[in-house]
Write a protein that binds this ligand. Sequence first.
Ligand SMILES: CCCCC/C=C\CCCC/C=C/C(=O)SCCNC(=O)CCNC(=O)[C@H](O)C(C)(C)COP(=O)(O)OP(=O)(O)OC[C@H]1O[C@@H](n2cnc3c(N)ncnc32)[C@H](O)[C@@H]1OP(=O)(O)O
Length: 281
Amino acid sequence: MMRTKLLSLVPRATVACRHMSSATKLTTVEVNDKTGIATLTMNRPPVNGLNLELLRDLQQSIEEIEGNKSCGLILTSSNPTIFSAGLDILEMYKPDKERIRAFWTQLQDVWLALYGSSVPTAAAINGHSPAGGCLLAASCEYRVMLPKFTIGLNETQLGIVAPQWFMSTYLSILPRREAERSLNQGRMFTTEEALRVGLVDEIASSKEEALAKCADFIATFAKVNPLARSLTKQQFRSADLQQLENERVQDLEKFLFFINQPAVQKGLGIYLESLKKKSKN
Ligand SMILES: CCCCC/C=C\CCCC/C=C/C(=O)SCCNC(=O)CCNC(=O)[C@H](O)C(C)(C)COP(=O)(O)OP(=O)(O)OC[C@H]1O[C@@H](n2cnc3c(N)ncnc32)[C@H](O)[C@@H]1OP(=O)(O)O
C-alpha cells in the first residue's frame, strides 16, 4: 500500500495523513494518522454525477476503509459547491442494455456497503445534494452541511420514483409524516430547513469545519466497545438491508421496466435539456 504524506491537502496543517488509495481516479481516501478517521472524497467533475465508474470507486473505497480498521468514514466532495448531483441521468437516458444493469446493481452495492458499514459514518455535505447525492449522505449516521445549498430526494420532480430502499433511508432519519410528504413532493430542503426537520444534524460555515464536526461525532464512539457499537448499528439497520438483499433481482427488474417506459424516457430527455439550457445561460 502506498503511504504518501499529503500534508498540503489535510485540513489542519499539523495533522499527517496516509493516502490509502491512489489507483482509483474518481474517489480518494485519506486516513488521518492521529484520529484514524478516513475521509472519502468524491471527485468526478463537473457535478459528481453517480455513473457506473464513480459508484465502483465508491464501493472500492468503502471496502478499503472497512479493511483498514479506520475508526470512521467521512464522505465529502472535492467540488466546492456540489456534494453530488445524484445519479448520472445519462446512465438512465437511452441506456445501454448491459451497462444499465451493471449501473443499478452497483448502486445497490454502494448503498448496502455504506448504509451497512461497520464503522461510524458521517457526511460533510459541502454542496448541493439532490436525489442520489442525498441518498449517500442519508446513508451515513451523521450529517454536517454548509449553508446556502439544497438537499433532498427530488425524484418525483423528475417523473421518477425513489425505490423502497431510498424511502427506508429517509425513514431512518425523518419522522414518517415528513418523509412521506417530502418524498411525494420531491422536496429540496435548504440547509436551514434540513436542519429544522432533522435531515442534517449540524451546519458548518466551511468545509474544514464540517470535516472537524464529523470527526467530533465519530470521536464520540472512541470509548465505546467497537463490536458492541457495530452490532447495535447492524441491528437497527438489518431489516432495511435484508429487504434489499432479498429483493435485489426484483428491484433491478422493476427499475429496468420503469426506466424504459417511453413516458419516463421522454421526461428524462426534457429534464436533461433543461439542465443543459440552464448551464448555458
Ligand atoms: C416503483 C418502482 C420504482 C423503480 C425505480 C424507478 C426509477 C429509478 C429512480 C432512480 C432514482 C434517481 C435518483 C437520482 O439521483 S436522479 C438524478 C437527480 N439529480 C438532479 O435532479 C440534479 C440535477 N442537477 C442540478 O440540479 C444541478 O446541476 C446542480 C447539481 C444543483 C448543480 O448546479 P450547477 O452548479 O449550476 O451545474 P449545472 O446545472 O450547470 O450542471 C453542470 C453540468 O452537469 C450536468 N448535470 C447536472 N446534474 C446532472 C445529473 N444528475 N446527471 C447528468 N448530468 C448532470 C448539466 O447538464 C451540465 O451539463 P453541461 O455542462 O453539459 O450542460
